[in-house]
Write a protein that binds this ligand. Structure first.
Ligand SMILES: [Zn+2]
Length: 343
């Protein structure tokens, strides 16, 4: 497995509306894998592999490039930096974090904490209260000079290294750089094979703030079939009842049937399940009560498309310790290659 590429993708900063560095990396990796590559007005990268014959059906893979993060909203006279979130953070996971402030003149290492007193002088009420994300601030160590360097609108991301641990990998941005990885590696897996369908692998922008890039990209492509590729929950960990587990790690890719944004096409679910069984690719059927992914945007673009999701169960999602199992990622890649080859 090309873990080196996954590491590079995960460690490249890119929050909604600031995906350019991730896009550049993908453009470099995608060289030679597609017939056409272009960037649209919202920054999504469209990679097309031509199909056979005239008017082949269009299969669109949607892989969002953005990670959850922050944008600078204010810099105080003393140089403390306040933020707005872009994407769904749980403030319980934001205490005492190392972050990277990405400025026009370079990336600054910095730390993030909530306003308030440290444990030694905190009141019993202080200790119980969980601050809201907008109460956290960033200290760049530059003092008032930060005002000269940091600008309102600059991107801030978590600063944590990618880790390999046994059969697992851990990163702050597996959501959704695993999909970027899958889009590239599935195309590499197809190699020079001419598929029946025209394949559009689209690396989308601004998913974490509401599938925005996927909406416009899908309108442009108007696919016959849309496949949303993303992480989903793996709550096979202590403290979550079995019925809320969503996926179990090591049991294969997730065949994503329903979430808050869509209900998958029944025929596609059946086709992919049958293909996985035939090819002996492990999979599990997955449902989420809420949340969404880019497949929904493809499904509802223009006059609509048939849509399904291929997902990878992720523990501790939307934290800096997002964790997947390598065999599940491999299963997701194998089913994508098998499906695209068969269609
Ligand atoms: Zn995602």
């Amino acid at each position: 497995m090309n873990i080196k590429l996954l590491k590079a993708l995960c460690e490249t900063p890119g929050v909604p509306g600031h995906e350019d560095r991730v896009r550049k990396l993908i453009q470099k990796e995608a060289k030679g894998l597609f017939d056409e590559v272009s960037t649209d007005a919202m920054g999504s990268l469209h990679c097309v592999k031509k199909g056979k014959g005239r008017n082949p059906q269009k299969i669109m893979l949607l892989c969002h490039m953005d990670e959850i993060g922050f944008l600078v909203s204010h810099i105080t006279d003393k140089g403390f930096v306040y933020l707005q979130t872009v994407g769904g953070f749980d403030p319980r996971n934001l205490f005492s974090r190392r972050v990277l402030v990405c400025t026009e003149t370079g990336d600054l290492k910095a730390v993030m904490n909530p306003a308030g007193r440290p444990v030694h002088i905190a009141s019993p009420e202080d200790r119980k209260r969980i601050p809201q994300p907008h109460e956290f601030f960033v200290d760049t160590g530059l003092g008032a000079k930060a005002q000269d360097v940091v600008k309102v609108g600059d991107m801030v991301v978590m600063d944590e290294p990618f880790l390999e641990m046994g059969d697992k990998v851990v990163s702050k941005a597996l959501d959704n750089r695993i999909a970027c990885w899958l889009g590239i590696e599935a195309a590499r897996g197809l190699g020079k094979t001419k598929t029946k369908s025209e394949i559009h692998v689209v690396f989308t922008t601004q998913e974490e703030v509401g599938l925005r890039g996927a909406r416009t990209a899908s309108f442009a492509v108007q696919p016959d079939i849309g496949i949303g590729i993303d992480t989903t929950l793996a709550c096979d960990t202590p403290g979550v009842p079995e019925q809320d587990r969503t996926t179990e790690q090591g049991k294969g890719f997730g065949l994503h049937i329903r979430d808050g944004s869509y209900i998958a096409d029944k025929g596609l679910v059946a086709d992919i399940a049958a293909l996985a069984e035939k090819k002996k690719i492990p999979y599990q059927r997955t449902m989420l009560r809420s949340g969404g992914q880019d497949g929904a945007a493809a499904q509802q673009a223009a006059a609509g498309a048939r849509a399904v999701g291929i997902v990878v169960g992720t523990r501790y999602i939307h934290t800096v310790t997002e964790m997947i199992e390598k065999s599940d990622l491999k299963a997701a890649k194998d089913i994508l290659v098998a499906y695209l080859n068969a269609n």
